[in-house]
Ligand binder design. Structure first.
Ligand code: 2AM
Length: 484
């Protein structure tokens, strides 16, 4: 009898190929297919030579080669390609079969697709796969969500190929219903935007403010990687700063300062606005990329807009430690904001998310992997209902330790004219979050003055609504709803 496959992967770009080889390494028989069919044979003759991978030259053949219930993973471009892939597969599937989307789909698409497939009797999974090409090959962080009944079908395969924490726990667990997995992947990518931005701000200040060479900064980041900041992104930053071009000079200084982006940071920021959660550091990180992309305008503006260009004087080593602490405090705020947003999303989209578990899914295999994530897990273990990471004893004490440095760094940068949008917006959030009173009383008065939007009073019951005729002119009619 012809050998049947455990799972099929459709889409033989690098991520698809590497996931297949990873599954093969773990003893699974994988059926491989691609829209451009020539890539199937190319794959079998090259990277998959000598493996158990079975090539399929059509959708029918792919489906026919699978054990029941079938598991078919799409590793195609996010967007229409996924819908087209599903459409092509459906006529050939049997009830109980499962389609898996391993691309970077928007979570609302995954919600829609899960509902649509479940209505037809099929199962659906949208899974985040993080860690890039290397992760896909050696062990990615995986964040599956969708039809809960589908999880037992893929659990063994997914957990076998996933990265593992230093304690050996697979970085793959069921995240939640419908779009939860892709949502958490989006949050991961957005937090990655924030982490990268705060590292870039530290570098900017050391370079521009202190005049440190890339060699010195390499040593600084290497040292920081032995502190609470121990993480993949700090490690690669140290490596990048040490890398020399052919002429012996630092390559990083020759790279055009215009950032690209693929959109997940923007998606998360837009979603945070929809949910009304201030994810300010990540949004600033997205805007910082946008500002960097306006290179021509900046070059022109640099010639005409005045501002300080001072260097920091005094104890450079002490200020470097200040910057490290500012980075750490900002990082805590960023994760606190990211987790606040996930909590609100769970409420809005009816998911039950396990935040400590989510932190551990990111512990290895993905770009934001770090020791820091274990602290987050510990915080949620101490209190699963924690409303903000800032209120956890460990993080509260750490911010307190960093606070003076953080303020000194932001003040110094403002004085010197070095932009630190993430450091400073994180500090503004921290000060706002810890303020019992904010000036929104005046804001409500303004809204009531010009729009009769009404307000509530500190000295009256919470459900009582007031309107004042501020000028004595106009009407007494208040707007009917009080929207906070
Ligand atoms: P291709 O090799 O035939 O272009 C990444 O682009 C992967 O997604 C590739 O394997 C690509 O197949 C696949 N892909 C892109 N659009 C697709 C579509 N509409 N249907 C099926 N596969 C698609």
């Amino acid at each position: 009898m012809e050998k049947k496959g455990d799972i099929a992967v459709i889409g033989l770009a690098v991520m698809g190929q590497n996931l297949i080889l990873n599954m093969n390494d773990h003893g699974y028989t994988v059926v491989a297919h691609n829209r451009t069919v020539s890539k199937v044979d190319e794959f079998l003759d090259n990277a998959a030579k000598g493996t158990k991978v079975i090539g399929a030259h059509s959708i029918e053949e792919t489906v026919g080669l699978l054990k029941m219930p079938r598991k078919i993973m799409l590793m195609v471009k996010a967007g229409e390609a996924v819908d087209q892939g599903i459409e092509k597969l459906l006529p050939h599937l049997s009830p109980g079969d499962c389609i898996i989307d391993g691309g970077n789909s928007h979570f609302t698409d995954t919600i829609r697709r899960t509902t649509c497939l479940e209505e037809k009797g099929f199962l659906y999974i949208g899974t985040g796969v993080s860690g890039g090409e290397e992760g896909a090959r050696r062990g990615p962080s995986m964040m599956p969500g969708g039809s809960p009944r589908a999880w037992p079908l893929v659990k063994d395969i997914f957990r076998a190929i996933a990265a593992r924490t230093p304690d050996g726990v697979p970085c793959c667990d069921w995240v939640g219903d419908n779009g939860a997995g892709h949502y958490v992947k989006m949050a991961h990518n957005a937090i990655e935007y924030g982490d990268m931005q705060i590292i870039c701000e530290a570098y900017h200040l050391m370079k521009q403010g202190l005049g440190l060479t890339s060699r010195r900064m390499h040593a600084v980041f290497s040292r920081w990687n032995k502190t609470e900041l121990d993480s993949y992104l700090i490690e690669i930053t140290a490596d990048i700063l040490a890398y020399r071009d052919d002429d012996g000079k630092a390559l990083v200084e020759k790279i055009l300062d215009k950032a690209g982006q693929k959109g997940t940071g923007k998606w998360f920021s837009v979603n945070s606005l929809d949910l009304g959660i201030p994810v300010t550091l990540i949004a600033e990180a997205v805007y910082a990329r946008c500002l960097s992309a306006l290179k021509d305008e900046r070059v022109a503006a640099a010639k005409v807009l005045a501002g300080p260009h001072a260097k920091i004087t005094g104890d450079a080593a002490a200020f470097v430690e200040d910057i490290r602490r500012a980075l750490l405090a900002s990082k805590i705020v960023s994760y606190a904001q990211g987790f606040m947003c996930m909590r609100e999303a769970a409420r809005e989209y009816h998911w039950t998310l396990d935040y400590g578990n989510i932190a551990m899914l990111w512990r290895s295999g993905c770009i934001i992997r770090s020791v820091f994530l274990e602290r987050i897990k510990a915080a949620y273990d101490r209190n699963p209902g924690l409303s903000s990471l800032l209120l956890d004893d460990y993080f509260r004490a750490l911010i307190d330790k960093c606070q003076k440095s953080w303020r000194r760094v932001v003040m110094t940068a403002v004085r010197m004219g070095v932009p630190l949008p993430a450091f400073s917006s994180a500090l503004a959030f921290y000060d706002g979050y810890r303020s019992e009173k904010l000036p929104a009383n005046l804001l409500q008065a303004q809204r009531d003055y010009f729009g009769a939007h009404t307000y509530r009073r500190l000295d009256a019951p919470a459900d009582k609504i007031f309107h004042t005729n501020w000028t004595g002119r106009g009407g007494e009619v208040a707007s009917g709803t009080y929207t906070v």
